[in-house]
Write a protein that binds this ligand. Sequence first.
Ligand SMILES: N[C@@H](CCC(=O)N[C@@H](CS)C(=O)NCC(=O)O)C(=O)O
Length: 244
Amino acid sequence: MAMELWTWGTPNGWKVSIMLEELKEAGVALPPVDVRHVNLMNREQFSEAFTAINPNQKIPGLVDGDSKLMESCAILLYLAEKYPTFLLPSDESRWEVIQWLFWQAAGLGPSFGNKLSYTRYMDDIPAEQKVHPLERFSTEAQRLLRVLDKQLGGRDYICGETFTVADIACYPWVRGWKWSKVDISGHANVVAWVGRVRARPAVERGLAYGTPKDEIDGWSEETKRRYAALGNSIASNDSIASNN
Ligand SMILES: N[C@@H](CCC(=O)N[C@@H](CS)C(=O)NCC(=O)O)C(=O)O
């Protein structure tokens, strides 16, 4: 029976699509995956069909037989437990991986996500009301990057030499640093890790769910025009180091 992945091309969605592709790359014979696109621009996350799967009305959602799952990191754990591989080790390092997974869910994701929202999407809020949240989430994102940079010192991946679900959870947010305007360039280990993770074939395939292949690393002119036509402003990337 096919699994259903309800998703959209955003960081929390990419966590699950990267996971599915990494499992395949690791030799797991997955059942067919039926990808259902939940268009956030059209507010499809609030549809009855999606709400029945994810009462929190945020992508991703996974349906596997009678199981309906929400929360990207819970879905990563579900898939990792159902299909055991190096992505969630079974030795003593398992809890190190799980703690970094929770660190992402409770810290990195919300900070980058909030910074992104105030930087790019909340056009209806007066600029002066954005000053405090931009400062707060920017400062916290930089603090978290220092933690990640230290953890990555002398390691290829977050929990050592092996790529795990902790990397899968953190990468999609960090890779979008130009979009969220969270400058990672002062964190050399993080910059090297982003390049290392991006080079994995399964990561490339996972990022292509819901995103044209030639737009994985940047929007085409046509997509920029489409977003602009919908009334979304395309802010420039020139001021990444600022809190805007
Ligand atoms: N904690 C949730 C967060 C999910 C989330 O915020 N998804 C975003 C896309 S990255 C979303 O659906 N946003 C639409 C909305 O907030 O209405 C998870 O990890 O799954």
